[in-house]
Design a binder for this molecule. Structure first.
Ligand SMILES: [Cu+2]
Length: 118
């Protein structure tokens, strides 16, 4: 019986250690088009407490973040990003937030990658 308790404790400890990384690396899709979007997305992500690094790649639409999982989680970052008008896979920006982006950043109407024109 003691052994089972010990194993359970160790398993729990391991899970917690894995779940709460200080410098957790994450990548997820964020919709956008150009350098202005990049700035807006990164600024929004970095504005979330616990986010140490954010870099959005224009051609692949991938946002890479490094965050402290004890202070934040992916959902909080996504919430901040949709609040400035950029869609993620799980969360979509409201019409109001989307309409606040610059006209050249309207990624929903036109999916062409015109990042070079800005
Ligand atoms: Cu843009």
């Amino acid at each position: 019986m003691k052994k089972i308790v010990l194993i359970t404790c160790m398993a729990l400890f391991t899970m917690v250690a894995f779940a709460q990384e200080k410098n957790k690396n994450m990548k997820f899709d964020v919709n956008g088009k150009c350098g202005m979007c990049k700035e807006r997305i990164e600024k929004a992500a970095l504005g979330v407490k616990g986010v140490k690094f954010a870099s959005w790649d224009i051609p692949s639409h991938q946002l890479s973040v490094i965050m402290d999982e004890r202070k934040t989680d992916a959902m909080k970052i996504k919430t901040a990003i949709v609040a400035v008008g950029h869609d993620t896979k799980e969360l979509k920006a409201t019409e109001e937030a989307y309409n606040s982006v610059h006209p050249c950043c309207k990624y929903r109407e036109d999916n062409s990658d015109d990042g070079m024109n800005h």
